[in-house]
Design a protein around this ligand. Structure first.
Ligand SMILES: Cc1cc2nc3c(=O)[nH]c(=O)nc-3n(C[C@H](O)[C@H](O)[C@H](O)COP(=O)(O)O)c2cc1C
Ligand code: SF4
Ligand code: SF4
Length: 441
């Protein structure tokens, strides 16, 4: 049986699945319930000077039949007194000494940072997570993403924390920045032991078009919120990859953003995360999702021959290259399986209107379309829109002997450099005459 336990920057946990700092980690009651269900760790709802929240405070992006594909909130940090939270951290650690309890922290002055670090450690927290990510409410008070967007300030605050911390310090980054590696590097320079990302993305999740007020609705007004859930996973994974590939960061990464099953977790691990954190999926489906995440991951690891999480971390990173390093001589084209095709013709319309007019319709009674090989550029749009699994496959046409990259072509001087260059990539692609688009009378 593979070993799911982790030692994340010195924080030990029976498995890599942690709850992110958010409503599911608001109290000792919830965290104990989660640990009993099987979660390995929990990052406590951010501690600080307690706030006052508004209602309502959530908005949802529902896509077709999927509710909460994207989720937005305007909630702030904990609204509970510090002493209550600290007492409960202590209690949780008594019942679950082997699970990881990480205290998320957000305060203002150096004195406050020193005090809250000591308080959290005295309560028994195994690690500290510094919340430099909150994109609403707290940033207007000079905290949260206001710090995460200023690498120099972030570095300074991390170093304040490190002046007194004896437990590992995780720096939680905001995605509301153009280059995530800048605060990542600052976290390292300040002495941080690990980074976690992403916090929520600044957003407006929707507008009530009858009353002209965005969501969430607060007495006829609203404000920008923080976006999370499955919709943000691609953004989060790209940022995790960017940090994992940056030699100037070189810190353990806790991946967060849209994770709701073991597959999502595996993807983050392959891109460089060594623990994962979950918020929206638990708010949607409850702590019980862990009961499928653990065996799912174990089965995957067994199939792939991985014994430990460490063996998997970053396995996809060598395959993430710059565009200029991709092989321009790799050529594929679409192929339709006559046996599997249900004749919906979604591929036809996608290629006809949105790609390269490389799919034809027969007029012999069958609804199965055909590929016009010489027009197909191998973009794979048709295979993405086809509703039947593996009905459209992409078939390799080059012999694999040539590997010509943009970088290489640039070096050899064989790239287009003028507007009407003979080396243009699309020069030999067939396109219909414009007027043939008009309805024939
Ligand atoms: C309602 C809500 C409250 C949150 N509160 C906090 C918080 O107090 N501290 C923090 O660091 N992150 C907070 N987050 C951000 C989450 O920890 C997490 O970074 C983000 O939701 C992305 O993960 P997900 O896609 O799994 O939800 C909150 C998120 C939500 C939805
Ligand atoms: S989208 Fe798929 S199933 Fe539909 S016609 Fe095209 S190949 Fe057939
Ligand atoms: S791969 Fe692209 S160009 Fe080729 S048939 Fe499909 S949609 Fe058309």
């Amino acid at each position: 049986m593979p070993d799911l336990s982790v030692n994340f920057a010195g924080i030990k946990s029976p498995n890599l699945f942690w709850l992110a700092s958010a409503p599911p980690t608001n109290s000792g009651y919830q965290i104990m319930k989660a640990f009993e269900a099987g979660w390995g760790g929990a990052v406590w709802k951010t501690l600080g000077v307690p706030i006052i929240n508004v209602s309502s405070r959530y908005g949802s992006l529902n896509y077709r039949d999927t509710r909460m594909m994207g989720f937005s909130n305007i909630e702030l940090i904990t609204d509970r007194p510090l002493k209550d939270n600290l007492k409960e951290i202590e209690e949780v650690k008594k019942y679950f000494p082997d699970n990881a309890v990480i205290a998320s922290l957000m305060v203002e002055s150096r004195e406050q940072w020193h005090q809250i670090v000591k308080d959290a450690e005295n309560a028994g927290a195994d690690g500290l997570e510094l919340n430099f990510g909150c994109p609403h409410g707290m940033c207007e008070r000079g905290m949260g993403s206001a710090v995460g967007q200023e690498p120099e300030i972030l570095k300074m605050i991390v170093s304040w924390v490190k002046e007194v911390a004896t437990k590992p310090v995780i720096v939680k980054l905001t995605p509301n920045i153009s280059d995530i590696t800048e605060p990542g590097q600052a976290a390292r320079l300040g002495g941080g032991d690990a980074i976690s990302l992403i916090n929520t993305i600044q957003s407006i999740v929707g507008v009530d078009i009858d009353n002209f007020v965005p969501y969430p609705y607060v007495d006829g007004k609203s404000t920008n919120g923080g976006y999370c859930g499955p919709a943000v996973k691609p953004i989060a994974m790209n940022m995790v990859k960017n940090c994992a590939q940056d030699p100037l960061i070189n810190l353990p990464i806790s991946g967060i953003g849209g994770i709701e099953n073991w597959r999502d977790a595996v993807e983050f691990i392959l891109l460089g995360a060594s623990t994962v954190q979950v918020c929206t999926a638990v708010m949607h489906y409850g702590f019980g999702i862990i009961r499928e995440m653990i065996p799912g991951l174990e089965r995957y690891m067994t199939e792939k021959g991985f014994n430990t999480i460490d063996e998997m971390v970053g396995k996809a990173l060598p395959n993430v290259k710059s565009w200029e390093d991709l092989n321009l001589d790799y050529k594929i084209i679409a192929e339709i399986s006559k046996e599997k095709c249900i004749g919906c013709q979604l591929c036809y319309i996608a290629c006809e209107d949105g790609a390269h007019q490389a799919i034809g319709l027969t007029h012999n009674g069958t609804r199965v379309p055909f590929i016009i090989e010489e027009n197909c550029v191998g973009c794979n749009l048709c295979s993405l829109v086809c509703p039947v699994e593996e009905c459209i496959t992409m078939i390799r046409k080059d012999d694999g002997k040539l590997v010509g990259t943009w970088k290489e072509r640039t070096r050899l001087g064989s790239i287009p450099t003028t507007f009407n260059d003979k080396l243009a990539g699309g020069l030999h692609h067939w396109v219909p005459e414009p007027a043939s688009a008009l309805k024939k009378s």
